[in-house]
Design a protein around this ligand. Structure first.
Ligand SMILES: C[S@@+](CC[C@H](N)C(=O)[O-])C[C@H]1O[C@@H](n2cnc3c(N)ncnc32)[C@H](O)[C@@H]1O
Length: 227
């Protein structure tokens, strides 16, 4: 078991935006497409970090839409506010997902790489579900870290409370009374120079050289609050 998979994200590390965008862009684009996300949607991006997803959402919902970028870390609010200066509809808030309180019900509550870090992922999902309108969407994208590989060896993330939470997501959304509309998993892979290697190196502080890499698959669930 490789013990090198350690998350070192800090909101002021702008390198992250480019790296995660490169390697996990496709699952995000697929999720937005399957949702039919479009102009005018109101969304919350929970555990927004530096705001990659919030800004991506902002570009799609346009001026008529609104994005709440929520993170427990106050430094994240400043990072998102700076990054989103050009997107008037992105509003950064400092809140824990467990205490999520928005000024209006939203059409979509979204999280990516959040539930692996929280104390109780079911509590977090319930809180997200309570922020959407009847018939609204809850979308989560979370990893199965131990399914990632470096030259065939398992990856691990000792710093995460629930490193394999992605594998449980489909059951969890049903457990809290949501309708499971779609679920799938995607893993970026590569060897040698490129964004997958850069991302791995940034996370683990280990140079993988020419090793074959499969990053942790990201499980996406698309779920709906019953009308
Ligand atoms: C790994 S980053 C993910 C950032 C972003 N979602 C992305 O995919 O690029 C996890 C973020 O979740 C935030 N976070 C952790 N626990 C939280 C909680 N209980 N409530 C809200 N945010 C939380 C952290 O501060 C951090 O910014």
């Amino acid at each position: 078991m490789c013990e090198a998979w350690i998350m070192v994200m800090t909101p002021d590390n702008n390198e992250w935006r480019g790296l995660r965008d490169d390697v996990y862009r496709r699952p995000l684009a697929t999720a937005f497409e399957r949702l039919g996300l479009g102009p005018g949607w109101r969304c919350v991006d929970v555990g927004a970090g530096t705001g990659d997803v919030s800004i991506e959402l902002g570009t799609i919902v346009g001026k008529e839409g609104r994005i709440y970028a929520v993170d427990v870390d106050p430094a994240a609010r400043d990072a998102v506010a700076e990054a989103a200066a050009a997107y008037a509809q992105v509003i950064a808030l400092t809140q824990a997902v467990e205490d999520l309180t928005l000024p209006e019900p939203v059409d979509l509550a979204f999280c990516r790489f959040l539930l692996l870090h929280v104390h109780d992922p079911l509590v977090a999902l319930r809180s997200m579900a309570s922020s959407v309108r009847p018939g609204g969407w809850i979308v989560a994208q979370e990893p199965v870290t131990s399914a990632g590989r470096i030259d065939g060896a398992e990856l691990s993330m000792p710093s995460a409370r629930h490193p394999d939470i992605g594998a449980l997501l489909p059951r969890m959304v049903r457990e809290i009374g949501l309708e499971l509309v779609d679920a799938w998993s995607e893993a970026p892979a590569g060897a040698g120079a490129g964004p997958v290697k850069d991302y791995f190196e940034e996370l683990s502080e280990v140079d993988p050289g020419e090793a074959a890499l499969m990053l942790p698959p990201l499980v996406t669930v698309l779920a709906r609050l019953p009308e």
